[in-house]
Design a protein around this ligand. Structure first.
Ligand code: ADP
Length: 469
């Protein structure tokens, strides 16, 4: 039994076609045999042989009757006397020279007379009688013609010709069928072989493997499903890698927060000491110094808060969330905080609920919307839109700002420690961590307003899911 699908299909074809084909050939050739046995050559053959037997019988009877009548003297013979042989007919002379005692010969036109010759001493006697209308020679000629016809018929050998044609015809039809099946079998088995190869590649860890799909049938559907699954696996692995990286960055952040706090406390204590002893020297100078140090301390404290937030592992409480409502609420807050920017909402009224953590999603959206408003600036525009993308609830934030350079894109979600005013460089990595914890992710998409655009995807709430779980 062949192991490949193609081999099995071909074996099946052989098993399914050869027995009926054989039976058909056998049946047809035996039918042919029967119909040929009715053909006229065989009848002619039989008739001619009967005619031959009949002719012989008639000739023998005519000989017997002539011999009897000659013996009884019923007819007078023609006598050929010795000494005058030169005037005898040739056949009489031939008989005389042969030495036989008697001889029958045919004479007349078409052999319609029978002559009986005997000898007595040197004399030859010849009795003669007509054979009626039956000419023996013409009978023999007709018989020979019939035999020639029969032999010619046999030589043509119709039976062999027919059988050969039938065989050739059946064989060519079968060969065409076989070629067609071999082609079909390889068309069916090729994509399955490709799919199997891709599956083992995927199993061995290459998640980037994809198969090219050029068909619309069930096999094509399976190949597309494979590609989707591989895509999903690849994305999940990227997320896992990211989470693992985050864990190490978190450890670092925790340490930094601790170190900063360690140095902040003595600064504060020292300052309080300086203030307590204010009367002992130049009060104005001390006042100024205190203010500068106080501001620095505040900045340091802000950084500590950011690091703590980044390092924090908040509890995740997934529930049913109306994402449209959350987007509306977040944008309403921003409108009062940053009135110089124009806000537009495009919310899908049929958007299904998401199954996610409300606080985490709010944090993510606030971060994205604030970044967008800052990038858009005075007179700029921020667009918030929701839709269902590939079965997931998606929120997009677009802005009319300068967009993201290739450099910024590459390390956008990696935590950076920037000392620019107002930003820590941790916002987007915190947002992505929150999105992942909330069961979703953040991706960059093509901006509709000329600037940057981010998409937050969240798991859709399935009705059969228990909202409390
Ligand atoms: P920060 O806390 O400093 O805002 P983020 O992680 O939120 O840090 O952002 C990192 C950097 O990415 C920002 O400083 C800014 O340069 C860039 N960025 C973020 N969002 C946008 C946006 N919508 N348009 C342009 N640049 C942006």
């Amino acid at each position: 039994m062949p192991r490949s699908l193609r081999g099995r299909l071909i074996l099946l074809f052989l098993v399914a076609t050869i027995p009926p084909l054989g039976a058909t050939l056998w049946f047809t050739s035996s039918l042919l045999e029967r119909s040929l046995s009715y053909a006229s050559t065989r009848e002619l053959d039989e008739i001619s042989r009967a005619l031959q037997r009949l002719g012989r019988e008639y000739y023998r009877q005519a000989q017997d009757s002539l011999r009897r009548d000659a013996a009884q003297g019923a007819i007078e013979p023609q006598r050929y006397l010795p000494g005058r042989e030169a005037s005898w007919p040739a056949e009489v002379r031939a008989f005389q020279e042969s030495g036989e005692t008697e001889r029958f010969v045919l004479s007349g036109t078409n052999g319609d007379r029978l002559n009986f010759m005997t000898r007595r001493g040197g004399e030859v006697r010849v009795w003669s009688r007509p054979l009626g209308s039956v000419g023996m020679e013409s009978l023999a000629r007709q018989y020979r013609q019939a035999r020639t016809l029969v032999d010619a018929g046999n030589q043509r050998n119709l039976r062999r010709g027919f059988t050969l044609t039938l065989l050739l015809l059946a064989l060519s039809v079968w060969l065409v069928g076989f070629a067609l099946l071999a082609y079909l079998a390889s068309r069916v088995s090729r994509p399955i072989r490709e799919l199997t190869a891709a599956l083992s590649e995927l199993a061995s860890g290459n998640l980037a493997v994809r198969v090219s799909v050029d068909r619309e049938d069930e096999i094509g559907e399976a190949m597309r499903a494979f590609n989707r699954t591989a895509e999903e696996l690849e994305q999940n692995r990227a997320r896992l890698v990211y989470l693992a990286q985050l864990a190490s960055w978190q450890a670092l952040a925790r340490k930094m927060a601790h170190e900063l706090k360690n140095s902040l406390t003595p600064i504060r204590l020292t300052m309080e000491e300086v203030l307590a002893r204010a009367g002992e020297s130049d009060p104005a100078f001390i006042q100024q110094a205190a203010q500068i140090v106080g501001e620095e301390v505040e900045t340091l404290e802000r950084r500590v808060r950011a690091f703590s937030e980044f390092a924090a592992e908040p509890p995740v409480r997934p529930g049913v969330l109306d994402v449209n409502a959350v987007v509306e609420e977040r944008v309403a807050f921003l409108r009062t905080g940053r009135p110089e920017v124009r806000y537009t909402l495009r919310l899908d009224p049929r958007l299904p609920a998401a199954h996610t953590d409300e606080d985490l999603v709010k944090g993510v959206l606030t971060n994205l919307l604030e970044n967008a408003a800052e990038a858009a600036g005075q007179g700029g525009e921020v667009l918030g839109r929701t839709s269902l993308v590939n079965g997931k609830v998606a929120v997009e934030v677009h802005d009319s700002g300068p967009g993201l350079s290739e450099d910024v894109r590459r390390s956008l979600f990696e935590p950076a420690i920037s000392f620019k005013k107002g930003g820590m460089g941790l916002g987007l990595s915190i947002a992505r961590k929150s999105a992942l914890l909330a069961g979703g992710d953040i991706l960059l998409v093509k901006g509709e307003l000329g600037g940057a655009a981010f998409r937050v995807v969240l798991p859709r709430y399935a009705a059969e899911q228990n909202p409390d779980s």
